[in-house]
Design a protein around this ligand. Structure first.
Ligand code: SF4
Ligand code: SF4
Length: 172
């Protein structure tokens, strides 16, 4: 889509969204304008990448999606309660059952890289509770990303932004 078409379509969609306040509408349209103002594709997609990460981080934090308490997420606490013994249970899905080890990117303050697939992932335990994320939840994604790019972002785990960004640009 050409930039002028994106802005027209996004403005129409956002203004007709009855689920958000008028200040949220203004905020969203301003964001789209900021993205469009960036004409360098790499910088534009870098900005979009960060916007997706910020959205997901905020969702998971504000809604306490994984329910961590003392490094144990809600799924692992449920497994302990049901007596399912697999490993030490700490650090949620950043700790692998098979290797019985933490992901190499897990630091003291959490993940040290920026990966959309990891941020978007929810386990079967949460899915059963009706929690899941897709790019449809993120209002601006449909204007800038094609199907191949979305599939790639959703399935490329454990690598940093620079790698995923390259893959996104290769799939334009
Ligand atoms: S997605 Fe599930 S397994 Fe992973 S941290 Fe969240 S609750 Fe735990
Ligand atoms: S890359 Fe994924 S699995 Fe590894 S620490 Fe980061 S969020 Fe966890």
């Amino acid at each position: 889509m050409r930039d002028v078409t994106i802005l027209k379509k996004a403005t129409f969609d956002i203004n007709n969204d009855k689920t958000i306040t008028s200040s949220e509408k203004k905020k969203r349209i301003k964001k789209i304008e900021e993205v469009i103002a960036e004409k360098n594709l790499k910088k534009r997609y870098s900005k979009l990448y960060d916007m997706i990460c910020d959205y997901l981080d905020k969702e998971f934090q504000d809604k306490n999606i994984c329910g961590f308490k003392d490094n144990l997420c809600s799924r692992r606490r449920d497994m302990i309660e049901r007596g399912i013994i697999k490993d030490t249970y700490i650090n949620g899905c950043c700790h692998g059952y098979k290797e019985n080890a933490d992901c190499e990117h897990l630091g003291e303050k959490g993940c040290t890289i920026k990966n959309i697939a990891c941020k978007m992932f929810v386990c079967p335990y949460l899915r059963k509770k009706g929690i899941h994320y897709s790019f449809k939840n993120i209002y601006f994604v449909k204007y800038f990303f094609n199907t191949r790019q979305k599939f790639y972002m959703k399935h490329t785990f454990f690598v940093d932004k620079s790698v995923v960004l390259e893959g996104i640009l290769e799939r334009m």
